[in-house]
Design a protein around this ligand. Structure first.
Ligand code: M6R
Length: 598
C-alpha cells in the first residue's frame, strides 16, 4: 500500500522518481506526487489519479534539483484528492514528507497543533507529522525526525526532505517496508527493491526502528536514539526485465505466461531427498504436534491446498487461518507447533501481526515468501523462497502457483511413507506440463465470451479442487468486478443451489480423479437447474465431458500435478473476462498489491 521512492546523487531526480513510481504504481494509484529540492527551494507537485495525470501535469515543467522523493498513494485517511496526495508539507512549506502506513495517534496530535493555530490542508495522518517536524525543528533533520518518530504510534515508512537542510534526506521505518538501494555515489529509497533494480542490485532492507541519513549520494544508518548501526548489503538476483511487461498489455498476462520458467526456479535444487534448500528436515517436521497455516487472500487459498498434503504426510492436524482474524481470537498455539506463514510480498500487515503472535507463543515459524529480505522472511525461523521473480499484477498468479509447488516440495520432503504418489521425477517435468496447459488459452478466450455478461458466476470443486475454486473465484471478482463464489461442490444442495437458474455459469474443476464421480453428480444437479457448465478436467472423465457445455481438457499428469495446473485455465478465465469487459486489469479499483495496513 503506497509506493515510496527517493534519490540522492549526481543525476537529475525527476526522471528517476517517475520511473520508480511507474514500477511502484501497483502499490496504489489514488494519487501521485514528488518533491525536489534544488538547494534553495522545495518544489512539490502532486495530483489525484493515476501516475499519468502527474506525468502530464509535469510534462512542460523543468524541475531540477539535487535530491528528490516521490509517492504513489492508496488512500487510508481521506478520499483520493490533490490535497490528500503526498508529499505533505508544513505550514511554511519547508518540509516535505511521504509516508506509507498509518499514524494511529494523529488525531490527538492534530488537536494539539490546532490549538496552537497550525493549519491543515488535508485529512491525512501524514500532514500532522510534517507540521510536527517544522514545529520541533532542532537544526538537524535526523535529530528532528527521530524525536518526532518517538511520539508516533502506528506504522510508517517515512521519507523527509527540507529546505532547511537541502542536501539531506532522512527516512525511517516501523512495520512498513523500506529498502535502501546502494549505487556508485548515489543512493535510492523504495518500498520495493524491484522499483530501483534498474539502478542497483545492492539493497539494504531496513529493519523496524532503523533510520537513515542520506547526503550527497552517501548514507549512514541509525537507531531512533541516533546511535550508528550497520546492516548487511544484500545482492538481489532478479532481472530488470522481470519487472517489465515485455511487450504484453498487462503484467498479469505476462505473469501467467511465464509460469513455466519461474516454477523451474522454484523447484531447482529442491528435488533431492535431504536437500539443504528445504528449511525444515523430516526429523524436525516429525516433532511437530500441530501445524498452522496463516495467510491472506490468494496466499490463504494456497494454504487450503497445503492442509491436505501436510495432514497426509505428517499425520498431524493442520489449521488454515485467515491472518486478519487470527490474532483477534485466542488460538491455542504451543511450542511444539509449526506455523507456515505464506505471503508473496512478505509485507502483508495482517500476516506479520499473526506471525508476531505465533512467535510470542514459541511456535516454529516457517515463511513461504517470494520477496527476498522481506519482513516475514526476516521474522521467520526458517524460509522457503518461492523464487518466482517480481510479481507486479495486483491479481496474484505466478506467486500462487509457486505457493502450491513450495508446499508440495515441503510435503514431499516430509513424506516418509510415500503417501504422495507424485514423484520428484514427475515434479521435475512440471514446467513442461505448465507449458502444455498454457495452450488452453485460445479455448478459454472463446469460453470467456459466453460468461462475461453474467453478474453471478459459481466455481465448484471437491477436495483440493475446492481450494482451487476459491482462488479462481477471487481472481475473477478482483479484476472483473463480477460476483463470483466458490463452493465445495457437495455444499450446493445445502443452500446455494437455490441461486442456480437458466444460464447461470458454473465452473467446475475436476482434477481429483478419486472424487470424479461425486463431482459429476454435483454437476448433474446444477445442470438439471439450467446451469451453463464449464468443466476443467482430464480425458478420463467422459461422463463429465458429455454433460458440460464446455470442457477444457488438461494434459495427462498425476492427480496432484493436474490439480496444480488446473489453476491456469482459471487464471485465463479471469483475465479474458476482465479484458473483454475493458477493466483495468493491473490496477483493479480499490485494491493495491501489497497490503501493509490492517
Ligand atoms: O503479499 P501477500 O501474498 O501476503 O498478499 C496477500 C493478499 O493480499 C493477496 O494474495 C491478494 O489476495 C491478491 N491480490 C489476490 O490476487
Amino acid at each position: 500500500m503506497c509506493g515510496i521512492i527517493g534519490y540522492s546523487g549526481p543525476k537529475q531526480p525527476l526522471p528517476i522518481l517517475l520511473a520508480g513510481l511507474s514500477r511502484l504504481e501497483y502499490r496504489g494509484y489514488d494519487s501521485a506526487g514528488i518533491a525536489i529540492t534544488d538547494g534553495k527551494n522545495l518544489i512539490i507537485e502532486k495530483k489525484q489519479g493515476k501516475l499519468q495525470v502527474l506525468k502530464d501535469h509535469l510534462s512542460d515543467k523543468k524541475i531540477n534539483g539535487n535530491i528528490g522523493i516521490g509517492h504513489t498513494r492508496w488512500a487510508t485517511h481521506g478520499v483520493p484528492s490533490d490535497e490528500n496526495a503526498h508529499p505533505h508539507y508544513d505550514n511554511n512549506q519547508d518540509f516535505a514528507i511521504i509516508h506509507n502506513g498509518i499514524i494511529e495517534n494523529y488525531d490527538e496530535m492534530k488537536e494539539e497543533l490546532l490549538k496552537e493555530d497550525y493549519q491543515f490542508e488535508s485529512e491525512t495522518d501524514t500532514e500532522v507529522v510534517a507540521v510536527e517536524l517544522s514545529k520541533r525543528w532542532t537544526g538537524n533533520l535526523l535529530e528532528t525526525v527521530c524525536q518526532v518518530a518517538k511520539d508516533l504510534d502506528g506504522t510508517y515508512a517515512l521519507v523527509v526532505t527540507t529546505v532547511k537542510q537541502p542536501d539531506t534526506i532522512v527516512a525511517g521505518r516501523m512495520m512498513s517496508p523500506l529498502v535502501l538501494g546502494v549505487g556508485e555515489g548515489e543512493v535510492f529509497l523504495a518500498s520495493d527493491s524491484a522499483a530501483i533494480l534498474e539502478h542497483t542490485n545492492k539493497m539494504i532492507f531496513l529493519e523496524n526502528g532503523d533510520f537513515v541519513e542520506i547526503k550527497d549520494g552517501n548514507y549512514e544508518l541509525f537507531d531512533i536514539n541516533m546511535n550508528k548501526i550497520s546492516r548487511e548489503i544484500q545482492e538481489i538476483d532478479w532481472e530488470v526485465s522481470e519487472a517489465e511487461k515485455s511487450g504484453h498489455d498487462h503484467f498479469m498476462y505476462k505473469e501467467i505466461l511465464e509460469q513455466a520458467e519461474v516454477i523451474e526456479r522454484t523447484i531447482t535444487g529442491r528435488l533431492e531427498v535431504g536437500s539443504e534448500e528445504i528449511p525444515v528436515d523430516l526429523k524436525q517436521a516429525k516433532g511437530f504436534e500441530k501445524i498452522w497455516i496463516v495467510a491472506c487472500g490468494t496466499a490463504y487459498h494456497a494454504g487450503l491446498f497445503g492442509k491436505d498434503l501436510f495432514e497426509k504426510v505428517l499425520g498431524v492436524s493442520v489449521s488454515v487461518e485467515l491472518a486478519s482474524e487470527f490474532r483477534y481470537r485466542e488460538p491455542i498455539v504451543g511450542e511444539n507447533d509449526l506455523a507456515i506463514v505464506i505471503s508473496q510480498s512478505g509485507e502483508t500487515m495482517d500476516t506479520i501481526a499473526a506471525t508476531e503472535l505465533l512467535k510470542e507463543n514459541n511456535a516454529h515459524v516457517l515463511a513461504l515468501v517470494n520477496v527476498v529480505g522481506s519482513s516475514l522472511a526476516r521474522m521467520a525461523d526458517s524460509v522457503l523462497y518461492l523464487h518466482v521473480g517480481p510479481e507486479i499484477g495486483v491479481a496474484s498468479t505466478k506467486a500462487y502457483l509457486g505457493m502450491l509447488v513450495g508446499q508440495l516440495l515441503l510435503a514431499k520432503h516430509w513424506d516418509e511413507s510415500s503417501k504422495i504418489e507424485t514423484t520428484f521425477e514427475e515434479i521435475k517435468q512440471l514446467p513442461s506440463l505448465i507449458k502444455e496447459t498454457l495452450k488452453c488459452e485460445s479455448e478459454i478466450k472463446e469460453i470467456s465470451k459466453s460468461i462475461n455478461n453474467h453478474k453471478d458466476i459459481y466455481f465448484i470443486g471437491r477436495g483440493l479442487d475446492y481450494a482451487l475454486a476459491a482462488e479462481g473465484a477471487l481472481k475473477l471478482k478482483e479484476i472483473s468486478y463480477l460476483h463470483a463464489e466458490a463452493l465445495a461442490a457437495g455444499e450446493l444442495k445445502h443452500g446455494t443451489l437455490a441461486l442456480i437458474e437458466d444460464g447461470t455459469p458454473v465452473i467446475v474443476t475436476a482434477s481429483q480423479h478419486h472424487l470424479l464421480d461425486k463431482t459429476t453428480s454435483n454437476v448433474q444437479e446444477v445442470k438439471a437447474r439450467g446451469a451453463f457448465v464449464i468443466a476443467i478436467g482430464n480425458n478420463s472423465s467422459k461422463k463429465l465431458q458429455d454433460i458440460s457445455n464446455d470442457y477444457v481438457t488438461l494434459p495427462e499428469a498425476s492427480e496432484m500435478l493436474s490439480t496444480i495446473v488446473s489453476i491456469i485455465p482459471l487464471q485465463f478465465i479471469a483475465y479474458h473476462v476482465a479484458n473483454l469487459n475493458g477493466e483495468s486489469i493491473d490496477q483493479p479499483r480499490n485494491l493495491a498489491k501489497s497490503v501493509t495496513v490492517e
